[in-house]
Design a binder for this molecule. Structure first.
Ligand code: 5GP
Length: 210
């Protein structure tokens, strides 16, 4: 059976990256993590092909023109997009593909692939989010306020997601995400089996009536 797509979004600093890495480590046979293309510059410690495929704006626009992306969006003035080939390959191998992307992209994916599970990871509180952003020690105070202001804007879209998980206790959150994906897969498999059976039965009846 073809794998599902899982969109994971969340405020900057909520820890979604760490959650996804853990999920992949625990269930390497079940999941694959898509690596996005972006036109933003690499941050310190980031490697091309690991965090992102780093592209120039021109190269990125070439990917768009050649229809090589499943979705793309402009965020903070930079392009971000999901390469199509890897997603298709992994899904055809039966793996559930995780896309750690922002909400405009999430909405595009849901419109194209309605079976997708849209998952939003939230912090236990606004105060805790601020603490985590400050604790990373990589951003300036100005950058942190910018991220918090963006978080305010993003809350409006959270209701469009299928499920919300709170990243309070890490272990609980990883388990919950895995469970939610399993539930979605079961529900989709069941629907597909019912539809396939009905299709066969109807075909038989219409053949007999000829
Ligand atoms: P950052 O620059 O901090 O790595 O990412 C900025 C935002 O872009 C994050 O919300 C991240 O989830 C999102 N993002 C990363 N890759 C993609 C992608 O392929 N498509 C879309 N739409 N958003 C992405």
């Amino acid at each position: 059976m073809e794998g599902l797509l899982i969109v994971v979004s969340g405020f900057s600093g909520v820890g979604k990256g760490t959650l996804m890495k853990e999920l992949l480590k625990r269930y390497p046979e079940e999941y694959a993590l898509s690596v996005s293309a972006t036109s933003r510059k690499p941050r310190e410690g980031e490697t091309d092909g690991r965090e992102y495929f780093f592209k120039t704006r021109e190269e990125f626009e070439e990917l768009i023109r050649n229809d090589e992306l499943v979705e793309y969006a402009v965020y903070n003035g930079n392009y971000y997009g999901t390469p199509k080939a890897y997603v298709e390959k992994m899904r055809s191998e039966g793996k559930n593909v995780i896309l750690e992307i922002e909400m405009q992209g999430g909405m595009q994916i849901k419109a194209k692939f309605p079976d997708t599970l849209l998952l939003y990871v939230i912090p236990p509180s606004a105060e805790e989010l601020k603490k985590r952003l400050t604790g990373r020690g990589t951003e300036t105070a100005e950058e942190i306020s910018k991220r918090l202001r963006r978080a305010v804007e993003e809350t409006e879209y959270i209701t469009k997601y299928d499920a919300i998980t709170v990243n309070d206790d890490f272990e609980t959150c990883v388990n919950e995400i895995h469970k939610l994906i399993g539930k979605q897969q079961k529900a989709m498999t069941k629907r597909k089996l019912i539809a396939a059976r009905l299709y066969k039965e109807l075909l038989k009846i219409t053949e007999e009536e000829k």
